[in-house]
Write a new protein. Structure first.
Length: 599
């Protein structure tokens, strides 16, 4: 059982520090054990029995208190439901009902957020030592639930992933390797309570002595770097979004970070450009990329030396097996993109709490987890993440990976952050949309031209917005469903923005009249302003090809077939035609002031 790990560490070195909050409380193994015994007694006195779910509502500032409560719940034979204050009262009520938690343990200042119904115990003040009065309850069995971790819910309502003691213990080292270390290792993280990553860091000092896990109360680049210096942090755990903010802040230049030996990135794909910057910021550290899901448990991959293989998340570790399959669950060849499946033979399976249908959909025969991520394997067995299956953009029957487009956008020196999503399109089904955060001035057109030059027109974001920050969940993952609505809504009711009313416009030139007629025909619109963007009007590659052909046929300009992509307004295209028309053009020779012929 998980509490057995703590008892083993107490036998090894009771006074060794196990947990710390930066500029806050520290906790050694002996105090962790004593205090969690007390919590178990209090819960038992309040009627908590084996198998009862108990919610734990804590922020990172009280991470040591959370660790005490977590072990106390498990010692009581109950099931921990770790939660962070990111939930609204309504969301918290839904999670409590779904989990079946009849009790909540929370600090006093967070307790008002607990809806009426479940009783709650404050962490600290009301927990008095009951030793000798109430014995520590009997432990749970290996097959009993230990915790229910609620996923981030980036594309929908969070799901509770149920984990047994046997599942959490499966990856532990054999007894003869579980103690001792060539040197003390300290980990620093800012993962919120209630995330799978946060739970994994909490258990690191339980697995071996000589490990100290340090939590930041809140993620702040300056605080993070100060914590590295103060605690002599050797291993830094980040999500890519945190790494991006850290580097942009410049905080790494103002602190001594030489103690860091390893920087591990997880939870989201890491752009290659970010790896290069991290390598410069931590020249003495090894960069690692890790891949795991809450549902996959101990099945995971790891890449040590990440900058040598950008976007790879490494090879399987600890007996993990990886498959990449097509839509018919058949293995695809090396280098071909498919859905990633993971399993670790012999590991007890995790499940979705109270949702057998979702569990059946997520797990295939043989214990394979359908991750929902798209990727491919190379000929050496390294796994590469291409995208989330549900994030894949299907535009006009063509599959487009948002991650591929994001990588190009992030190469622009003005772009600090970027996310690409599919937005509705009346003809193509979906079109490419993007949101960017800028660190210096840049135009949407410049960013589009970069993508167009590196990839292709079909992968160029035709809807793009500039935001102060991307919407993310506490784990740093972009909320793409929310972002898609923001990008799609930015077009307004007409799909574009008019720069001048009809009364303010000067008379159209003959070429403008002709080009406008071609646009109206191809787009099926009667009202089009000279400065409205072709793609914001619902344009697509087929309509662009039609316009280019009509311009070439009627006006005979010396322009490429990509003319509409590069000059996506009537005004720009007409100006180009004026400058490019051949001397043999009938209208140019005659100097006609009327409309050009429209076949």
């Amino acid at each position: 059982m998980v509490p057995d790990l703590l008892r083993a560490r107490v036998r090894d070195d009771p006074g060794a520090l196990a947990l710390a909050v930066h500029q806050g409380e520290t906790l050694d193994y002996a105090r962790w054990d004593r205090r969690s015994d007390t919590v178990a007694r209090v819960l038992a006195r309040r009627g908590v029995t084996r198998g009862d779910p108990v919610a734990l509502l804590f922020d990172n500032a009280r991470w040591t208190d959370y660790a005490v409560a977590y072990l106390g719940v498990l010692k009581a034979g109950a099931v921990a439901v770790p939660l962070a204050p990111r939930f609204t009262s309504a969301e918290l009520a839904e999670v409590l009902v779904h989990s079946g938690a009849g009790a909540v343990v929370a600090p006093t200042d967070l307790s008002p957020g607990v809806p009426s119904g479940p009783w709650w115990v404050t962490a600290g003040g009301e927990v008095e030592d009951q030793e000798g009065v109430w014995p520590v309850p009997a432990p749970a069995a290996p097959e009993d639930l230990a915790e229910i971790v609620y996923t981030s819910g980036t594309t929908g309502a969070p799901k509770g992933v149920a984990c047994t003691h046997a599942n959490l213990m499966f990856h532990e080292l054999p007894p003869d390797q579980s103690t001792g270390s060539p040197g003390r290792i300290s980990f620093l993280h800012a993962f919120p309570v209630g995330t799978n990553a946060g739970q994994e860091v909490l258990r690191l000092p339980l697995r071996r002595t000589g490990r100290l896990a340090v939590a930041l109360p809140v993620f702040d680049p300056e605080q993070l770097c100060a914590a590295v210096t103060e605690h002599g942090v050797t291993r830094l755990q980040l999500v890519p979004a945190m790494a991006q903010v850290l580097l942009d802040s410049g905080a790494h230049r103002r602190h001594d970070l030489s103690s860091v030996e390893r920087v591990t990135l997880s939870s989201a794909p890491t752009p290659p450009a970010l790896l290069s910057r991290l390598a410069e910021a931590f020249p003495s550290a090894t960069l690692c990329n890790a891949y795991a899901l809450t549902e996959s448990g101990t099945a995971r991959t790891l890449l040590v030396g990440a900058q040598a293989r950008p976007r790879s998340v490494g090879r399987p570790v600890g007996g993990t097996e990886v498959r990449v399959v097509d839509d018919h669950d058949r293995d695809v060849p090396v280098g071909v993109t498919g859905e990633i499946w993971l399993r670790r033979p012999g590991a007890p399976r995790r499940e979705y709490h109270r949702d057998p249908e979702a569990t059946a959909n997520a797990f295939a025969a043989g214990g394979w987890l359908r991750t929902g991520d798209l990727g491919h394997l190379d000929d050496e067995g390294y796994l590469y993440l291409d995208d989330r299956k549900k994030d894949l953009i299907i535009s006009g029957g063509t599959n487009i990976s948002p991650a591929e487009v994001e990588d190009v956008l992030l190469e622009h020196p003005a772009v600090a952050d970027a996310a690409v999503v599919g937005v509705p399109h009346p003809v193509l089904g979906q079109d490419v949309g993007a949101a960017v955060v800028l660190r210096s001035p840049a135009t949407v057109r410049q960013l589009q031209e970069l993508v167009r030059s590196r990839l292709s027109e079909r992968k160029t974001p035709h809807q793009m917005v500039v935001l102060e920050a991307l919407p993310r969940n506490p784990s740093g993952k972009v909320l793409k469903r929310e972002l898609s609505a923001v990008i799609d809504g930015s077009r307004g009711p007409t799909g574009g923005s008019r720069e001048a009313g009809a009364a303010d416009r000067p008379p159209l030139t003959p070429v403008q009249q002709t080009v406008l007629a071609f646009w109206q025909e191809a787009l099926g619109r009667d009202e089009i302003d000279l400065h409205e963007d072709f793609f914001e009007l619902g344009g697509h590659s087929l309509a662009a090809a039609q316009i280019a052909a009509r311009v070439q046929e009627a006006l005979d300009p010396d322009v490429p077939v990509t003319v509409v992509f590069e000059h996506p307004t009537v005004a720009e295209l007409a100006d180009l035609v004026e400058r490019s028309r051949s001397p043999s053009s009938p209208t140019a020779a005659a100097g006609s002031s009327g409309p050009l012929p429209c076949p």
